[in-house]
Design a protein around this ligand. Structure first.
Ligand SMILES: *Cc1c(COP(=O)(O)O)cnc(C)c1O
Length: 280
């Protein structure tokens, strides 16, 4: 079952379990990269971004599956990670990623890219990503029809690519999101760049959360969801996502469908940091 109900704090939520998409790929990165799994691929893949990113790891899986080289530019790799490779970073290295340090990762990636290479922007926010969300939208529409449910859909955003392309492929369900990286103006700009007519609704988190920083209430809601519903969510995006959703329940008129976008490998490094910071 791809969509399942959970009961959290006495209320029913539906969860689309994209974290369980099979194989090494999962979550929204699997949706975003679906196009490249079946397309005529170039020589090498060139990308850039953070050294702990789920997109980086997912591209390394794609490159391995397709048997091509993957070069990734990043600004820095922290000492902890260099000395204790783990999570997305360790897994991407194991898949053969060639990681390079640059003061300007975007520029270095662009310069590295030759005509037969493929350039994947940070977070895979690009038009080719839409294909996977057409499938995702179909799964949601089929389930809603079969069970006679109307959903309000919620998912937390980084680039906004997942929210934009899901909403673009749904006609009569509303899609809601919240910014986890940057503010709502930045997110709106990103979404409109991918779909100028986008109807995605943006709500703000209950307070300002800096991306990648640790917050006790994020760990608390992560643990509460894990123990009371038996579902592990991701700490960076879903932590802010659930806090925002629970603070805005009045905004939703229909059954809420929360998209679980995977990214569990990233939790390994984050849980380490939470343990060290809060002594848990
Ligand atoms: C990448 C990622 C996001 C952000 O997706 P966007 O399409 O960039 O908004 C959200 N949640 C998880 C778990 C992710 O890995």
């Amino acid at each position: 079952m791809q969509i399942e109900p959970i009961c959290f704090r006495g209320r029913r939520f539906w969860i689309l379990r994209d974290d369980l998409i099979g194989g090494e790929f999962n979550g929204n990165k699997a949706r975003k990269l679906a196009y490249f799994l079946n397309s005529n691929l170039a020589n090498r893949i060139i990308s850039y971004g953070s050294s702990q990113s789920n997109a980086m790891y997912s591209i390394s899986v794609l490159a391995k599956l397709r048997g091509i080289k993957f070069i990734y530019f990043t600004h820095h790799i922290c000492d902890f990670l260099l000395n204790n490779p783990c999570g997305n970073y360790a897994a991407a290295l194991k898949n053969g990623m060639d990681i390079r340090i640059s003061k300007n990762p975007l520029k270095s990636a662009q310069n590295e890219c030759k005509s037969r290479d493929i350039f994947i922007p940070e977070g895979v926010a690009m038009s080719e990503a839409e294909m996977g969300f057409q499938d995702q939208a179909r799964i949601i529409v089929d389930f809603a029809k079969k069970n006679d449910i109307k959903f309000d859909i919620f998912l937390p955003s980084g680039t906004g690519c997942s929210a934009a392309f899901l909403a673009k492929n749904l006609s009569d369900m509303s899609v809601w999101t919240t910014p986890c990286v940057g503010d709502s103006h930045y997110l709106k700009k990103q979404i409109l760049a991918l779909d100028p007519l986008s109807k995605v609704n943006i709500i703000n988190p209950p307070r300002k959360y800096h991306f990648g920083k640790l917050y006790s209430e994020i760990y608390e809601i992560y643990k509460e969801l894990l123990y009371s519903c038996g579902v592990e969510f991701e700490l960076l995006y879903d932590g802010v996502g659930w806090l925002t959703l629970m603070a805005n329940l009045n905004a939703f008129k229909n059954d809420i469908l929360y998209i679980h976008q995977g990214g569990m490998l990233g939790n390994i490094t984050l849980l380490e940091r939470y343990k060290r910071k809060f002594n848990i």
